[in-house]
Design a protein around this ligand. Structure first.
Ligand code: SF4
Ligand code: F3S
Length: 118
């Protein structure tokens, strides 16, 4: 399961590093407006994406229930070629619109999502 204390236990990947990653192999993995918490070593390690709504990319297996059921469409699919668990992940693109219903946290079969409702 995702570490709920990821923001203390991991380091946020810098914009410079993200730019570097975007310009190398797979550009679709790292969006513009979502924080990434390392370690990040594509294609195997992709970090935790998001802060208020956080998805552990190394746990997500592209079940899709979060994306299909979120009432305010927080998530979008991104390609993650050659990731050992799945080649699609959900990015919490619209995490600022989250209403803290906790549905995604409850529904994910592998507990890949943390929502900080406090
Ligand atoms: Fe969407 Fe609810 Fe999850 Fe927020 S907690 S991302 S509103 S399903
Ligand atoms: Fe991934 Fe869980 Fe959603 S496996 S696609 S975070 S329901």
């Amino acid at each position: 399961a995702i570490d709920p204390n990821f923001d203390q236990n991991r380091e946020q990947v810098s914009e410079e590093k993200l730019d570097e990653l975007r310009s190398s192999a797979d550009q679709t993995t790292f969006g513009d407006d979502v924080a990434v918490w390392g370690p990040v070593e594509p294609p195997e390690k992709l970090g935790i994406h998001g802060t208020h709504v956080a998805v552990d990319y190394d746990i997500c297996l592209a079940d899709g229930a979060c994306l299909e059921n979120c009432p305010v469409d927080v998530f979008t699919w991104v390609d993650t070629p050659d990731h050992p668990v799945s080649e699609l992940k959900v990015e919490p693109t619209n995490e600022d619109q989250c209403i803290d219903c906790m549905l995604c946290v409850d529904i994910c079969p592998v507990d890949a999502i943390d929502v900080d409702a406090s």
